[in-house]
Design a protein around this ligand. Structure first.
Ligand code: TXA
Ligand code: MG
Length: 318
């Protein structure tokens, strides 16, 4: 059996052995294991080198499973679930006792979502447990949006990657929790705040505390390539001041003509935020393999998914 394959039965076999697999979703690939297997959960944390204070997301196939996982669920959560699931929205809810403290990093809340990916959903329907899955990258690295990215990171540690093709959204789920039933944004992601607010009204944005993060996805350094990254509003100035370096460039929709730029990736010639988000991590993976001295990226407009893209770029550049 090849390690990258589309056969769900292989995935099931490995999950039933308390082991973990590469798991496709519409956002990014996950590193998935049975939420009730301590061995699988330990392996997820250890191969990802993820600190134990950073909790995992529980993946379901149906909203009917929610009451077994979470309790005291606000009405607004059901409204959001109805509108966005299956899809790239994660909800933070009060946990049921059955959810281990390892998954929630000792919080009394649990993160849940239903992914919108046919292979992921059909796998989840065929197994008698939900899957815990963080993004399938080592702590702080760029998230994987293709099976080959997962292979590159974890070929020595996992036996199987379920190949669901390139991720449709290409950026992680948006995370929403509730404070006194009011929605709170814990992480920008593939659903824009504008779209959430159409359903839920005004959303407040949590401010992070680095030493005891309420939302560890808001940790400052995150999503980083190995190559130095600069995010700028003034591409020409930054190219000029680095013209002796081997430069890789990522822009939203413009082509930049400059002899100093060795390789350039335009994320969406049509100026489409969704297409840009879909291509963002693949662009970082590609440029990171090219032995460049520096990657320069353009800052996006602070609206719609431009906000989520900027969020990732700013953390990646730390
Ligand atoms: O799109 C996604 O959400 C992907 C796919 C695989 O589903 N998963 C993902 O997982 O991005 P991960 O572990 O890389 O990021 C999950 C984020 C972390 O920042 C974690 O801190 C936050 O969710 N989180 C999980 N449980 C939480 C909780 N109870 N309270 C606050 N934040 C939580
Ligand atoms: Mg992650």
């Amino acid at each position: 059996m090849s390690i990258i394959n589309t056969d769900i039965n292989n995935a099931i076999e490995i999950l039933l052995q308390d082991d973990v697999i590469g798991f496709p979703t519409e956002t990014v690939y996950g590193l998935a294991g049975n939420i009730f297997s301590e061995k699988a959960i330990d392996k997820i944390y250890s191969i990802k080198k993820r600190p134990s204070f950073n909790p995992l997301i529980v993946h379901l196939h149906s909203v009917q499973q929610l009451s077994a996982i979470a309790k005291n669920i606000p009405e607004m959560a059901f409204d959001l679930a109805k509108y966005f699931w299956p899809g790239p929205l994660t909800l933070i809810l009060e946990k049921q006792d059955i959810i281990s403290n390892k998954i929630t990093a000792n919080k009394n809340t649990v993160a849940v979502r239903i992914p919108n990916h046919p292979l992921a959903l059909s796998l989840l329907q065929k197994i008698p447990f939900p899957l815990a899955a963080p993004s399938a990258n080592p702590f702080k690295s760029v998230s994987p949006t293709a099976a080959k990215h997962v292979y590159h990171y974890f070929k020595d540690e996992i036996k199987y990657i379920l190949d669901g093709g390139d991720c449709e959204n290409g950026i992680e789920s948006t995370i929403i929790g509730f404070k006194n039933e009011i929605p709170v944004l814990y992480r920008h992601g593939a659903v824009s705040i504008e779209s959430i607010e159409k359903v839920a009204g005004k959303v407040s944005i949590i401010t992070n505390n680095e030493t005891n993060p309420d939302a560890p996805g808001m940790l400052l350094k995150h999503y980083s390539p190995r190559t130095k990254l600069i995010v700028t509003d003034n591409i020409f100035e930054v190219i000029e001041s680095n013209h002796h370096q081997k430069i890789g460039l990522i822009t939203f929709y413009k082509e930049i003509i400059s002899p100093s730029v060795k390789h350039q990736i335009i994320l969406s010639e049509n100026k489409d935020f969704e297409e840009a988000a879909r291509n963002l991590y693949a662009a970082l993976h590609e440029l990171d393999k090219m032995n460049l001295d520096i990657i320069i990226t353009e800052r996006f407009p602070e609206e719609n998914l431009g906000r989520s893209i900027n969020d990732r770029l700013i953390r990646a550049a730390c």
